[in-house]
Design a binder for this molecule. Structure first.
Ligand SMILES: [Zn+2]
Length: 118
């Protein structure tokens, strides 16, 4: 099983970076967890968000957030709509299902046929 965090939304923030005090480097990223197996792909309800400064290349962890960042973050989080959780079967899964159904149908047909002739 392959779990991946996929970027859903990126927002440039005008706040001062707590590390380098630049106002044009902060970026807020919303990510959502995807699961992929050999049979299906799934979008989960799990989301995460992170702030990164492109000027000083630093992860800005929540403990470093200023009140301003907290406020902007709260606002952006309200505005963020995650993708709906869903699961999609892959070709291989459909193939397995159709092969299985076909076998059942053949089984039924054979049973009826044997019943009639026997
Ligand atoms: Zn910075």
């Amino acid at each position: 099983m392959d779990k991946k965090w996929i970027t859903i939304k990126e927002v440039a923030l005008n706040n001062n970076c707590p590390e380098c005090y630049n106002t044009n480097g902060l970026q807020l990223t919303f990510k959502q967890q995807f699961i992929e197996t050999s049979l299906y792909k799934s979008i989960t309800n799990e989301t995460t968000q992170e702030i990164f400064c492109n000027t000083c290349n630093t992860d800005i962890f929540p403990v470093m957030w200023t009140d301003d960042i907290e406020r902007v973050f709260a606002y952006q989080q309200k505005a963020f709509t995650p993708k709906k959780a869903s699961t999609k079967l892959k070709k291989k899964a459909w193939l397995l299902i159709s092969t299985f159904s076909l076998l059942i149908i053949i089984g039924i047909v054979l049973a009826v046929f044997i019943n009639k002739t026997g």
